[in-house]
Design a binder for this molecule. Sequence first.
Ligand code: SAM
Ligand code: SF4
Length: 335
Amino acid sequence: MRDRYGREIDYLRISVTDKCNLRCKYCMPGDIESIPMGKILSFEEIAYIAGRAAELGISRLRITGGEPLVRKDCCTLIKMLKSLPGIEQVMLTTNGVVLEKHIDELLNAGVDGINISIDTLDRDRFRSVTGADGLSDVLNGLSAALSKGIKVRINAVSVDWDRYHKDMCSDPYEDAWSLIDLAREKPVDVRFIEMMPIGYGKGFPAIPHDILIPAIKERFGDMIPEESRRGNGPAKYYRIPGYKGSIGFISAVHGKFCDSCNRIRLTSKGYLKSCLSYDTGVDLMDIIRSDMTDDEKRDAVLAGIEKAILCKPAAHSFTKEENISEKHAMSAIGG
Ligand code: SAM
Ligand code: SF4
């Protein structure tokens, strides 16, 4: 359905857990107080909500977290969602640490694509950002996905090592260069995501895209912009001649794309968020766990989803941080 600004909302991101096996410093730097399982949507509840969302025009879903693959039987959920009428695609965003061992299940569940988050290909810097020595596991997951013919994209936020740990990197763009190299060698799109001032990302030393993009364009002068919009997202893509994958930029702060926003977000606690920047939304768990009759529940969930879509603001407020009302960590929202 369309929101009040005429935007077609057809994409739902679903966070299935707030738990994670990494501790990325800009997302979930320390242990979080775990939400008891009973307060997390069950797979049946998620599928119920997704089914109603599909009735309102949502056709594409993304499973995220925390780390979605740490939730037991996550692939069962993907299979359930794939079978819903109206759902055309179910994709996954993962840190990739345990991807390799789940790859066959994911394939069998019918996953339509996997985004793997990798900020650096340097083992020490990976450990410094994520708190774990897991880079080789992530790369094995990437290879496993590619070997099965699954469409893979890399998502990377660019740490500003000059401000974060100066002695760990001599060239501020070294992570970008090596990630772009991946797109030369493998059929993966590499997308740089601008750090957003949400949760621990606020004030985190990252390279803003008004600096990163010109630096990349200067080095790869022959980058060719791709005009057509791809996938579900706001990424602006470029091709480099001879490269197997494209280079994308998701510049939430310096390339505001709210005019074409197409998404809503469901947290693991059943809260349907209208926009990343604000706490506005609708508590769907409240509705589906109430003692309403089935018909009443169905109507209330549909009305709740409609309300969340109609509450979507015109734009985020990342450049006016005092207006950001979202106080949760990104791990609780799903990115
Ligand atoms: N654990 C999975 C992963 O890392 O891919 C899924 C959840 S994670 C919250 C989803 C994405 O959000 C990751 O690519 C992560 O880098 C990104 N992210 C986390 N905090 C962010 C922030 N403040 N600004 C921009 N991206 C952020
Ligand atoms: Fe975990 Fe993903 Fe957040 Fe890193 S970005 S802490 S992997 S949820």
